[in-house]
Ligand binder design. Structure first.
Ligand code: FAM
Length: 442
């Protein structure tokens, strides 16, 4: 049996000529055009990034390496007696596009086990930070602090050929992934559990280890696996993926890049929305002093919209239907916690909010994204400190963005440098005048 790294190298070698040929023979083929609306409006929908790790269809939702969420959960090697696959097998799948055998999955688990020791100074740094620091700041700072461990940064200084960049990038990414759950769990226990740290036990698999270090009994190991896989990747244009990719394009190592991606994930329009959903629901319950009726809820939604706030967990820049990640979480809740009060409220919001948003008439997509549903699962399993929820998103997101930057280096993607223009120039374009001067190399 060959290792994941060897298999990945075979895949990289097979893929490189495709990219080379595209660049050599078709580099001037036009695939999109850019309007003033897109230029001012967040580059929405401009096709200018490449990834084979996942693709987001506006109506169908995400596919990982061509597989829907259901197929992914079904086809990958499962932890015996559990509903969800090994996260380590999913990592193999994201990197290579191939479903690993059980032996190949267990080999990744063994490899992660060998890499899983978190340097002690990381915990010292976390402890030195004020205890009321947001957990995403703690997580991002911990990843950044570990930058001194970067194998890529060391080998780059020694003079590494470009064709080999992917190799130390792979090493850094695997090291980060093997350590991230322990860092995330440490933050949780330090901040919310009276500093009662649970040391890592013997490495079993990412889901089981995380549940152990969080101090949450089964089936939270399986919930963690589901959560990490669902949050892993959403093609390349979302803020956390794009930020990670952008920073890595300057040949910043994986630690710098991932920390940047996490900083983007911490925004309320992106990953922080999962915290915001629960905060919003708790505010509503507090405000009403009772479980809302549909009419109470409708009124509350309108109050929020009329005061200029967004409905967290609803809307999406790409999706135009209910997010299948939301549906996967909903299916989980229907199976495991159908009568849970908070789940019933989330379902009521799903029934009422899309109609209100349609009537409001602004959001292009009135349907829920995964953040509308993830918090209720965390809450049910005892994690009621909702400002921690984005950390649970982040550990999963690391799988996607790190596999992407390994491939970025494997395919030799250059430093990213889009062109900006001035408002004067846009006004000239608007009246059909040529603005010239397109080739800025700086
Ligand atoms: N509630 C109220 N207004 C909303 C809205 C919502 N849920 N979603 C969109 N709008 C507004 C939006 O603010 C914009 O208003 P202005 O014209 O006044 O600026 C208008 O509708 C058009 O926006 P859009 O084109 O439909 O959406 P965008 O592509 O600009 O933004 C989101 C996409 C996700 C940022 C936006 O839908 C939003 O703010 N949703 C709530 C926050 C959220 O759930 N974010 C998580 C997204 C998630 F998938 C993730 O990244 N984890």
């Amino acid at each position: 049996m060959i290792s994941l790294k060897q298999r990945l190298f075979e895949k990289i070698n097979a893929h490189r000529p495709r990219m080379k040929r595209l660049l050599k023979e078709n580099k001037d083929v036009v695939i999109d055009h850019v309007t003033i609306g897109q230029c001012i409006g967040g580059v929405r929908n401009v096709k200018c990034l490449v990834t084979d790790i996942s693709y987001l269809d506006p109506l169908e939702g995400i596919r990982f390496r061509g597989k829907t969420i259901g197929e992914t959960f079904n086809d990958l090697p499962h932890v015996p007696g559990c509903e969800y696959p090994y996260v380590e097998g999913f990592w193999y799948f994201l990197l290579t596009g191939e479903v690993p055998t059980m032996d190949e999955t267990l080999a990744v688990i063994e490899d992660f086990s060998a890499r899983s020791q978190v340097p002690h100074y990381v915990f010292d740094i976390l402890r030195a930070m004020p205890r009321d620091t947001h957990p995403m700041t703690l997580l991002s700072a911990a990843v950044l602090a570990m930058q001194r461990e970067s194998i890529f940064a060391k080998r780059y200084i020694d003079g590494l050929p470009k064709a080999d960049y992917w190799d130390p990038m792979y090493e850094d990414c695997a090291n980060i992934l093997a350590r991230l759950p322990a860092v995330a769990a440490y933050i949780y226990r330090m901040k919310y559990c009276s500093d009662t740290i649970i040391p890592a036990g013997e490495y079993v698999d990412m889901g089981a280890n995380f549940a152990h270090m969080m101090g949450i009994p089964r089936p939270y190991d399986d919930v963690a696996r589901m959560n990490f896989i669902l949050h892993s990747d959403h093609e390349s244009g979302n803020v956390s993926s794009h930020a990670t990719h952008l920073v890595a394009s300057a040949l910043s190592d994986a630690y710098y890049s991932l920390s940047s991606g996490f900083n983007g994930l911490a925004g309320p329009l992106h990953g922080l929305a999962n915290q915001e959903v629960l905060r919003w629901i708790q505010d509503m319950l507090h405000h009403l002093g009772k479980v809302p009726t549909e009419e109470d809820l409708r009124k509350f939604l309108w109050e929020r919209l009329n005061s200029g706030q967004v409905i967290p967990g609803y809307g999406h820049a790409v999706l135009r239907k209910t997010d299948p990640r939301f549906t996967a979480l909903m299916d989980f809740c229907e199976k495991h916690l159908p009568d849970y009060e908070l789940f019933k409220i989330v379902k009521m919001i799903y029934k009422v909010a899309p109609g209100v948003l349609m009537e409001h008439g602004k959001a292009k997509n009135p349907w829920p994204n995964l953040d509308a549903q993830s918090g209720v699962v965390h809450w049910y399993y005892g994690i009621t400190d909702y400002d921690y929820y984005t950390v649970l998103f982040a550990v999963g997101r690391a799988l996607g963005v790190l596999s992407n930057i390994i491939w970025d280096r494997a395919l030799g993607y250059p430093i990213e440098r889009p062109k900006s223009i001035t408002t004067d120039m846009l006004e000239k374009y608007a009246v059909g005048e040529d603005c010239g001067g397109d080739d800025d190399e700086s």
